[in-house]
Design a protein around this ligand. Sequence first.
Ligand SMILES: Nc1ncnc2c1ncn2[C@@H]1O[C@H](COP(=O)(O)OP(=O)(O)O)[C@@H](O)[C@H]1O
Ligand SMILES: [Mg+2]
Length: 259
Amino acid sequence: MTAPLLEGSGITKRFKRGGESFAAVDDASLTLGLGETLAVVGPSGSGKSTLARLVLRLLEPDAGAIRFEGEDWLALSGGTLRHKRARMQAVFQDPLAAFNPRATVESAIADPLRIHAVAPRTQRREQIAELLRRVGLDPALSSRTIHEISGGQRQRVAIARALASHPRLVVLDEATSALDVSVRGQVLDLLARLQAEENLSYLFISHDLAVVHRFAHHVAVMDGGRIVETGTVDAVISDPQSRIARTLLAAAPRLNRKA
Ligand SMILES: Nc1ncnc2c1ncn2[C@@H]1O[C@H](COP(=O)(O)OP(=O)(O)O)[C@@H](O)[C@H]1O
Ligand SMILES: [Mg+2]
């Protein structure tokens, strides 16, 4: 077996709340293979986004180790980290917050092409058109501004921007949660197709077990900062071991086979 793409162990992050320190992420360990989707599920406040931010190094952990593509990911800094960030990208819940709403679609996607020097300037326009086609958007959209396009289109632009630097891993933090059900299905289909085409790996943060069932291979269940259960999606859904997995399952009636 080849080494996993992402491997975290003992990841811990403490915050202060009302003067007291608490662990928002508490001794979390996870493994994600190439071309796989690991879902992280849990109720609001269980530490999912904090874990995502730690993996992305938008936050530094107080303890623990993270290996990415065989390297000590936490040891990287400066230019090496910037360079390597191309390989790990993110899409968040709210695309309006992620973009300058007055920016054009073209400039939103051009940023990573420029920062990661993926394409020479003369080829940038063609690369942007190609990225838009890959996420199912008409390249003619590139002159529109972010606030002029629909929520689903914006999330596709966010995916195109994430793909621009040729990542191996995309962290999706509630990336489809704000979308209408039908649009959400289309974006999930797109993500699945991109995964199959490029052997992409996803760390898929969600509070919705029904979406996770459809989309992920493995799942880690979080509660109070701790990962309380891990397994294949089918195993966790058919035979949940933790109280919180049973609660999440009860909230997803279509999945709840015992109901
Ligand atoms: N920057 C921060 N400072 C202090 N507390 C935080 C910060 N970020 C998150 N928290 C707290 O950490 C806990 C986990 O939050 P979060 O990771 O956002 O959970 P989730 O994404 O599962 O809803 C919550 O209690 C939240 O209030
Ligand atoms: Mg969150």
